[in-house]
Design a protein around this ligand. Structure first.
Ligand code: PLP
Length: 526
């Protein structure tokens, strides 16, 4: 009898052991093992640092020195400009201020020159003039109270409705304006968190998203106590691994996330396939079209083949789209659209106990400048479909010329990552250090290219300011690649060295400390 029980226990043990091993093996195969390991390594590191702070002094000092040097190289003092660390006893005159502003501004890159490939979306003087005029006209008004400023409510409702129609929402679709992609994403994450708690009692919410999704999701996760489950890209085609995507869905999953397109390489996530998972597991799906939202609809109208990404996919429950990118408005405007108010209502906050009055708020901010609302409205209405389509077709011509030119480069094996659907190109190389190429392009020719890693690559977002740059750009690229091939030492300097350094730090937690120290010093007087 006893022997039988023992045997039973042994079999049970064996089954449990098999289960554990297969689970570990599975997680090892799909990278979550590495995530888990990193998680515990970080926990251990932080614990050790808290407990024995003196032992970690040397690491902190090294970071401090490194960062101090980077700061002094990157923020040299400005010429002919006064410091203003004390509020002047007597206010200065307009002439002095404007002169100082001109001098300070002269230290900036001029986005109109078409050498900057992120951050700015310059168009043309006429358009910018009317947008800025609209901005200035309403800049002192406050959208905090829609009853007080009827103008702002009207324009906001119209901007939202134009965006809903552009992205094929039906008559039930709803939205809000926010101050940017990050705020749209923060609000989406907050809404789905509160919805999942309300409807399903989920207290440890998780979202599933590709590793290429914008860090605003990670930011939201960190702010709002949500766990992120990242999906790696296939080595073969730089696309999201769908099998892995499905394995990361579990009972705590509150939202699936996809991008149209993702920012780093400008590639569309397989949104229709992810939508099938959303249907299978009855989960909402957020499409981050922050960068594509005001580009892809016009691309489609130009006759390009654009994979479905908007509300025409019935599982898509929300979309973020930035007006301050390809909508060509002033910085500080984006929309977050929901399939219907059953989703959107979780975004709003009401509070009736405040002595200052009844309080209800749609998004992160309290006071909201009327300037951005008016500028967004003006930008969309003044561009019109024809204006947007015109820019899209011209930008695409430049994009294709650059992509074809890169394919024909004789040296360096420069490769465009994937098949970009719109106006973002990223390139990598298995022969030259691509970051060194970017360094030469910047130092020698003035092109400000964006450095990326995992894989090391250069990113370019094309705006109207880049229309027609292709010939010059490709000539300079060819020469830069040659320079890097001729001078292998370049990889020990500049951004090449910096990325190399960061990627060789054994612990994510130390790399994070490094960046936090960088930010701390960036926003300090000395
Ligand atoms: C720009 C961008 C964001 C974030 O938008 P911000 O306006 O910079 O806050 C989010 N997702 C994607 C895909 C983006 O390109």
């Amino acid at each position: 009898m006893e022997i039988v029980i023992d045997k039973k226990i042994n079999i049970t043990h064996a089954i449990i052991l098999f289960f554990v091993i297969s689970k570990v093996y599975k997680s090892y195969k799909n990278d979550s093992f590495k995530e888990l390991l990193e998680h515990y390594k970080t926990k251990f590191y932080k614990f050790a640092k808290r407990t024995f702070p003196s032992k970690f002094k040397s690491i902190d000092e090294e970071i401090n020195q490194e960062v101090t040097q980077i700061i002094s190289e990157n923020f040299p003092p400005m010429k002919d400009v006064d410091d203003q660390f004390e509020i002047p006893k007597m206010g200065k005159g307009k002439e002095y201020i404007l002169d100082q502003l001109e001098k300070i501004h002269s230290n900036d890159v001029n986005p109109d020159e078409g050498k900057l490939f992120a951050y700015c979306y310059p168009t043309n003087k006429d358009h910018e003039e009317v947008v800025i005029k609209a901005h200035n006209m309403f800049v002192h008004l406050n959208a905090l109270n829609p009853l007080a400023f009827q103008s702002l409510r009207k324009m906001e409702v119209e901007v939202i409705q134009m965006a809903i129609n552009m992205l094929n929402g039906d008559h039930e679709a709803k939205g809000t304006m926010t101050t940017g992609g990050t705020e749209s994403i923060l609000m989406a994450m907050k809404s789905y968190r509160d919805r999942a708690l309300d409807l399903y009692g989920i207290k440890d919410p998780e979202v599933v998203l590709p590793i290429t999704a914008h860090p605003a999701f990670e930011k939201a996760a960190k702010y709002f106590g949500i766990t992120t489950r990242y999906i790696q890209l296939n080595k073969s085609d730089d696309q999201v691994n769908l099998k892995e995507y499905e394995t990361k869905i579990n009972k705590n999953t509150i939202l699936l996330i996809a991008s149209a397109p993702q920012y780093p390489h400008g590639l569309m996530d397989p949104i229709e396939s992810i939508a099938k998972l959303a249907e299978k597991y009855k989960l909402p799906l957020h499409v981050d079209a922050c960068i594509g939202g005001f580009f892809l609809p016009w691309l489609e109208k130009c006759g390009y083949k654009v994979p479905p990404f908007d509300f025409r996919i019935k599982q898509v429950t929300s979309i973020s789209a930035d007006i301050h990118k390809y909508g060509y408005a002033t910085k500080g405007s984006s929309v977050l659209l929901f399939k219907n108010n059953e989703y959107r209502k979780y975004q709003f906050i009401a509070y009736t106990q405040w002595p200052g009055g009844l309080f209800v708020s749609p998004s992160m901010l309290g006071t909201r400048s009327g300037g951005n609302i008016a500028a967004a409205w003006t930008s969309i209405v003044s561009m019109g479909e024809n204006g947007y389509i015109d820019y899209v077709s011209k930008i695409m011509a430049t994009s294709h010329a650059i992509q074809n030119g890169i394919k024909l480069l004789p040296l360096g094996n420069i490769e465009v990552i994937g098949s970009p659907v719109m106006s973002i190109i990223s390139m990598r190389s298995n022969i030259v250090n691509i970051h060194s190429v970017a360094d030469v392009m910047e130092k020698k020719f003035g092109w400000k290219l964006e450095r990326q890693h995992r894989p090391n690559s250069i990113h370019m977002t094309l705006s109207p300011s880049h229309i027609g740059i292709e010939k010059k750009f490709l000539e300079n690229l060819k020469e830069s690649v040659q320079d890097v091939l001729d001078n292998p030492d370049l990889s020990k300097k500049g951004s090449a060295a910096m990325y190399n350094g960061i990627n060789n730090i054994p612990l994510t937690a130390i790399a994070d400390d490094f960046l936090i120290e960088f930010l701390s010093k960036t926003y300090s007087k000395n």
